[in-house]
Design a protein around this ligand. Sequence first.
Ligand code: NAD
Length: 506
Amino acid sequence: MTTHDLTIISGNGGQSAPDDVKKLNHLIDGEWVESTSGETFERHAPATGALVSVEAKGGTAEVEAAVGAARAAFESWSEVPGVERARLLNKVADLIDGSRAKIALFETMESGKPISQAEAEIEGAANIWRYAATLAWNVRGDSQNALGPDMLGMVLKEPIGVVSIITPWNFPFLIVSQKLPFALAAGCTAVVKPSEMTSSTTIILGELLIEAGIPAGVVNVVLGFGDPVGAVMTTHPEVDMVSFTGSTAVGKAIVAATSGTLKKVSLELGGKNPQVIFADADLDQAADAIVFGVYFNAGECCNSGSRIIVHEDVAEALTEKVVALSRKVPFGDPLNADTKVGAIISTDHQAKIDGYVKDAVATGARVELGGATMSIDGLGGQFYQPTVVTNVTEDMPIARDEVFGPVLSVLTFQDFDEAIALANNAAYGLSAGVWSESVHTCLSFARKVQAGTVWTNTWMDGYPEMPFGGVKESGIGRELGPHGLEEFLEAKTLQMRIGKTRTPWV
Ligand code: NAD
């Protein structure tokens, strides 16, 4: 197949890259500081190879200073009334809205995602800050009235303390916004490390936090790599909790690293998410959602619906519809407002995606569309074709691993039990979807599938008020919704005697 069969966008449609290379420093105790080592590293745009930013390269000294600042700020921040914390979070949300175009541009330049998607994500992120502000008014525990006439019990909810927040490259601004405002609403202080590939927008957020009036030391940002910055953030004795989003492999390393100090750990990890299509499903609706689910963010998405499990009676018809729609999805220049799928994050990652496809073909799978890299006129970066692979069996790596690219695997089933067995045959358990006109089929599937989120006759809708997280190797804990606040709170039991009613022991 040639790329002439696809919808390719070359040309930026008038939206230009930023004029200047952004120079990024750490935010520690309210100050912008370079690394003590003087070292830096660079980020180049995945779509063009152009230099976007030069970041200070953090080390142990920067993490030590940031954790020290967060610890020192904790007591006073934890005592700020909820109403004031809410006011500050709402102010941050307004400032994010005011900087949406700038944040989206850097998000697009560093991640390769389309500019229209980046803008929608920044808009969504601002609303998450607003939602978290409502929770800041509602940090509350419980009481126990039935301990007898002489006793009263209370359960206080207290902020857990200093939190290390570590984020990935695929949704940099959105993911830090799924963690940080909830931690702040709870009364925690934080040290944040963005991915080394997408640091700019977390630094812009730091600028907005200062402008909003968040006190010095409450939020610190250290730039750098997993080793040593992430590693020290997860072993430091003054850190009380690690909130991590990223790969399952690093999630497991963090569980091991935190065991020495027994920190609380919250993990949002990978997924290999099944969408099951029953024979009575609306195939047009399903096909559109499948195409969205697999190509959104170039498939570099924990929620990628990359594992289609379709009833064999409708498998051919559905695959034809998916292939036809795939040809229409605009792939190309991320800066063009019409582009729906942009660049792949790195050349290494692109090679990994291609390796999964080649391996599947070598073991009997068939490529119906795509299956190769592509170049876009005028852009030097890396792009992968929309790819549909059939004849996939459940033992193939393409059906089991997170490919994290615009690659769809199609498996088939004969009856409900087989569909559930296939859906649950994965180490992951992040999200799952079901397509059927029967509410009974949908609900039965929803009850039996092993996933943190289930979508019925839709895919990847999300709301700040709905919790999100995974089971099995997709994670521990929940973000968003009231659960998102609870993650950063610790229960303290208070048992109070009324009057001098205690019976002496001796
Ligand atoms: P990654 O695990 O390679 O890196 C994530 C972050 O961890 C980066 O900031 C990295 O520098 C840091 N890190 C690396 N090694 C570390 C260590 N030893 N200790 C501490 N920190 C360390 O993940 P990635 O490639 O940036 O992101 C893609 C992954 O994230 C995918 O697996 C995807 O499914 C997952 N993800 C999950 C969700 C979710 O909500 N479940 C959302 C987005 C992405």
